[in-house]
Ligand binder design. Structure first.
Ligand code: ADP
Ligand code: MG
Length: 358
């Protein structure tokens, strides 16, 4: 990303109450112009509520939304220079792709030939063949409809595009393709994208920065690398999926003690105060079998199962205290081999653990 002015779109102390229920709790956020910003959170965390407030479909109970320094709380949706790609696409099913894409331009009184030219440019940008122009929406597949909805949104020439989980209903492969295409389109258009998803993995692929939302609170904001490698707490660390989480207490310099099993683990001192909390170990840095024997931090367990993941293999190891531990190994020349039910050692290096407070 190039240098961009800060404070393009700002949320200051945004709170939303539905009766007694607090859907958004003092959200502060500053989005830069041209940024691809993604809000990630589980279902019910307040994502849609926040996006509705940002586009002007709802207003905050308290706090401000500012665009380029001007508070826009009371500016209605149709007067905000933004656009939203809805989760359910709201395309006109019986009209043609061209009519759908040209919708905004027609209302604005743009001449038919200019509209058509622009619509064809947008179809090309969205990797749709030109003959889609005269196809009807109800003849298009789910993935094609996503692209058409985005072409239609871009035809409004908005300053900011908002996306509310646009890919969640699509199958895995199509989702993966569209994630990459969205990232390309973001780069090609230079527009500000504010994207919402419950999938941190999806956010990682596309975003310049990610905000993690839980119970209406923004817990951490950072680059994908920050979120992945420097999660602020257990919730953020575990949101990524099957990571190893051990409850630990500080036990002298360079050491922590497992509060369940009493085992001691080596850590690298980060300079940060840590008294007690969790040790997070990513499955791809955890070793199993011979590869674990020489490591300073080890757990004995039983191989519970293994799962083929194409070019990688995932192992589930259960220790005597009933905890599950997860490992992912790339398929290599000398892979670990073991059968379910056999005892195994897993291990990790001091520098491969992340400590987070409870
Ligand atoms: P998400 O999009 O992250 O799944 P939402 O923003 O849709 O979550 O909802 C957050 C919470 O606010 C949910 O518990 C939901 O039930 C509640 N909520 C959303 N809209 C309303 C409303 N209009 N009235 C009452 N509660 C609402
Ligand atoms: Mg939602």
């Amino acid at each position: 990303m190039n240098e961009v002015p800060l404070g393009f779109l700002e949320l200051r102390g945004v709170t939303k109450q539905f009766g007694e229920f607090t859907a958004l709790d003092d959200v502060n956020l500053s989005i830069s112009e041209g940024e691809f910003f993604t809000l990630v959170g589980p279902s019910g965390s307040g994502k849609t509520t926040l996006i509705r407030i940002l586009v002007g479909m709802d207003s905050p109970t308290s706090g401000d939304i500012a665009l380029r320094g001007d508070v826009i709380n009371d500016v209605p949706a149709n007067r905000r220079p933004t656009c939203m790609v809805f989760q359910n696409l709201a395309l006109f099913p019986h009209k043609t792709v061209g009519q759908n894409v040209e919708f905004a331009m027609k209302i604005a009184g743009v001449a038919a030939s200019t509209r058509r030219e622009r619509a064809l440019e947008l179809l090309e940008l969205l990797r749709l063949p030109a003959d889609f122009y005269s196809k009807r929406i109800n003849q298009c597949s789910g993935g094609e409809r996503q692209r058409i909805a985005l072409a239609r949104a871009l035809a409004f020439d908005p300053e900011i595009l908002f996306f509310d989980e646009p890919l969640s209903a699509l199958d895995f492969r199509l989702r993966k393709t569209l994630e990459k295409e969205l990232k390309d389109i973001h780069r090609e258009t230079g527009k500000t994208f504010v994207y919402i998803t419950h999938s941190l993995e999806e956010a990682m692929v596309m975003s310049d920065r990610i905000g993690i939302l839980n119970h209406g609170k923004l817990i951490q904001i950072g680059s994908p690398d920050d979120i992945y490698n420097r999660p602020l707490n257990k919730f953020v660390a575990q949101f990524m999926g099957e990571v190893n989480t051990l409850a630990v207490d500080k036990a002298g310099t360079g050491k922590v003690k497992d509060s369940t099993t009493g085992s001691m683990y080596e850590i690298t001192e980060s300079g940060q105060e840590f008294e007690s909390g969790f040790m997070i170990i990513r499955p791809e840095v955890m070793k199993i079998g011979n590869a674990a024997d020489a490591l300073p931090n080890r757990i004995q367990g039983v191989l519970f199962n293994d799962y083929a993941l194409g070019s990688r293999i995932q192992y589930q190891v259960r220790s005597a205290d009933g905890e599950n531990h997860w490992l992912v190994e790339r398929l290599q020349d000398d892979p670990f081999s073991g059968n379910a039910g056999e005892p195994v050692t897993i291990g990790w290096r001091a520098e491969d653990s992340i400590l987070v407070p409870s």
